[in-house]
Design a protein around this ligand. Structure first.
Ligand code: ADP
Length: 455
């Protein structure tokens, strides 16, 4: 069942139930009022008749009958009977059509003083009249033609009103459900045209106000992220193949050189050394690519613990100096930590070591003095670590690109590297809800600062 049909069906059922409920209420309340009003009229008729009969001596039965039939308020098929204690008829307003009643009705009237019941189509009341030692039962019955015909008219009006109302509800429900679902249909048609090849396409966001517009806005945000991910993947593959091609081409030409003609042993040794150098570069590159791919893939699932940022620095420093003994790392606290918890952040120790190691390595690599100066400090709810060097520096434009995978500033291409480290660092900092930023002047040096929330 389509949502369109379901909504219009539910709408119809709800409105129809309300209409039926109200109609029933109106009908039964009106019927009750009519009955109560008519019983009151009958009781008043019964009381008047019996009072005339008992209290006004001048009125005999025949005169009373004439009065009964000719009063302005006389009702249709009106009959009044008065019976004594032995159930003997004392007075009847009609001769020919006596009121039929169950014998126990008279006992019920004597017991309850008043009884309201029906007699065929007629309404019937019985009242007990006690005066001058007499206990008379008065039965009054009549047909409420006026009330019944008003009720029948009301019934017809309600039935037709109901049919009309429900019919109108079906039509309007269908129409309005269609109207409200139209934007969804519109979005649906647009979504159908989006494929992996045209992720640039966006949904119409309307005035960005109602829920459907919000759906389109959110869907567009998802498309944007997907497009970025696709784009990153595409550029990753093209950059990776480009990076691989250069050392592979060098390998090939070295091999071709070695095969062209017989060479001296020294020349072969030189060629083999070149081959070894290029192979090492290839291994390093594939390791970096693997690292990048793994880091980008698994970062969401890493476990975070409370880590001291100065301990992270010491671990990174040790690792750096083990592989590069000529590098120098100078360290100082911005302000000596007052408590043990000052330097604590919530993070993954090995990932944070990788970030700091990369910053130290770059600082030493791109500076002639091979020296990195590290400072660690705190600011409200945060701990920061900065790595400063006096190396080649970066222009403002280069600073905007250095966190992109494979980007290398022109001045850096003569140094070893693949342009992957900072991209990994930035991703790791994102996972830590932290930031990494750079301040630099070309030829003067650079300062990279990471800031993490205190634990
Ligand atoms: P790699 O150093 O292997 O090229 P990175 O991702 O670590 O890769 O750095 C990307 C680029 O950012 C570098 O190629 C270089 O141009 C620039 N860069 C990074 N650190 C520094 C630094 N300390 N001084 C100058 N340039 C830097």
């Amino acid at each position: 069942m389509t949502i369109h049909n379901r909504i219009s069906g539910q709408f119809t059922i709800i409105v129809a139930s309300i209409l039926i409920g109200f109609s029933l209420l109106i009908y039964f309340v009106s019927a009750t009022y009519r009955r109560e009003e008519f019983y009151e009229r009958l009781k008043s008729k019964a009381r008047t008749t019996v009072r005339f009969l008992v209290e006004v001596k001048e009125v005999d039965h025949d005169l009373l009958r004439i009065i009964d039939r000719n009063t302005l308020t006389a009702m249709i098929d009106e009959k009044v009977l008065v019976l004594d204690e032995r159930n003997q008829l004392v007075y009847s307003s009609v001769d020919d059509h006596p009121v039929r009643y169950q014998p126990d009705l008279l006992d019920a009237v004597r017991r309850n003083k008043e009884v309201e019941t029906t007699n065929g189509d007629n309404e019937l009341v019985g009242i007990l009249y006690e005066a001058n030692g007499q206990r008379l039962v008065v039965l009054a019955s009549a047909y409420d033609q006026f009330g019944q015909s008003k009720l029948a008219n009301l019934y017809l009006t309600l039935v037709w009103g109901l049919f009309g109302g429900i019919g109108l509800t079906v039509v309007l429900g269908f129409f309005f459900a269609g109207q409200s679902l139209q934007p969804i249909g519109h979005i649906n048609r647009q979504v159908q045209t989006i494929t992996a090849r045209n992720l640039r396409q966006r949904l119409d966001e309307g005035k960005r106000q109602d829920e459907i517009d919000q759906l389109a806005v959110n869907f567009n945000a998802v498309l944007q992220r997907l497009e970025q991910a696709f784009e990153q993947q595409r550029s990753f593959v093209s950059h990776a193949s480009h990076e691989l091609r250069t050392p592979l081409a060098a390998l090939k030409s070295e091999i071709q050189l070695g095969l062209r003609r017989p060479l001296s042993t020294d020349r072969y040794t030189e060629i083999l050394q070149n081959l070894l150098f290029d192979t090492d570069r290839l291994i390093a590159l594939s390791n970096s690519l693997l690292l990048l791919a793994r880091t980008l893939e698994n970062l969401e699932a890493v476990t975070m613990t409370s880590v001291r940022l100065d301990d992270v620095l010491f671990a990174a420093q040790e690792e750096l100096l083990t592989s590069n003994p000529d590098y120098i790392v100078q360290f100082q606290y911005d302000k000596p930590p007052e408590t043990e918890t000052d330097m604590r952040v919530l993070g993954n120790e090995s990932l944070l070591i990788r970030v700091v190691l990369n910053l130290l390595e770059n600082a030493c690599k791109y500076a002639d003095d091979r020296r990195a100066q590290v400072r660690i400090g705190t600011k409200p709810q945060h701990v920061w670590l900065s790595v400063t060097d006096t190396g080649i520096g970066l222009s403002a434009d280069e600073q905007t690109h250095i966190f992109e995978p494979f980007y290398r500033a022109p001045a850096a291409v003569t140094y070893e590297g693949f342009g992957i480290g900072l991209a990994v660092c930035q991703r790791i900092m994102e996972v830590h809800n932290s930031s990494i930023r750079v301040e630099s002047e070309p030829g003067q040096g650079s300062t990279f600062t990471i800031t993490l929330p205190q634990f």
